[in-house]
Design a protein around this ligand. Sequence first.
Ligand code: ADP
Ligand code: MG
Length: 238
Amino acid sequence: MASVDIVDVQKSFGSHPVIKGVNVHIEDGEFVILVGPSGCGKSTLLRMLAGLEHISGGEIRIGDRVVNDLPPKDRDIAMVFQNYALYPHMSVADNMAFSLKLKGAAKSEIDARVKPAAEILGLTNLLDRYPRQLSGGQRQRVAMGRAIVRDPQVFLFDEPLSNLDAKLRVSMRTEIKNLHQRLTTTTVYVTHDQIEAMTMADKIVVMQDGRIEQVGAPLDLYDNPVNLFVAGFIGSPA
Ligand code: ADP
Ligand code: MG
């Protein structure tokens, strides 16, 4: 695991600024949630951490490395997306092994990583199935499995539960938290769901319109929101 530092990070698309100078320090092993309304820049910020978008200004550090110019594969991160497209023609095991195969890992190494990941995620008996034979929750677990096998320093999640029904969403919250506790990997998790943020985060970062409104532990934000926006968003009276 590793700390993550976001230092005065900015991003413009053309002449349109969408991230307007953001600073966040994330500790080793911390579970940090970025929340804010749709369009405020959560995904863009996460994609910059992943190296999927260039940053227009500032610095991103993972551990003690500045990663601004590193491609995604060299950042020691793994990202789980909202639309976790699994390869339909590949089994669960092959979906999980895909990135390792791309890197040219030996079969013995692939087995040594896929098996324990499958065990952690309760997928051991499903390794030979194909995505169409899985439930939504099982598919989401395979998507997480693909990330875990890479043994990253940092996990990034972009609204991983938003396509699941309400009941499954609640149980997957617990699963993701358990996973985090077990792997102790630094995690940055994006959601627009206040309850998800309040129940899962060590630390919440509240964003609005490309800026950070407040950073704090869930109860800090609840008890001491700095303004009406945070109060309204977190759900407490100001
Ligand atoms: P969120 O994830 O919080 O909903 P996004 O990071 O997706 O927000 O988007 C933030 C802003 O950046 C939005 O106004 C969006 O339209 C804009 N945006 C995101 N990606 C692009 C892009 N590739 N080109 C132009 N504008 C973009
Ligand atoms: Mg988004």
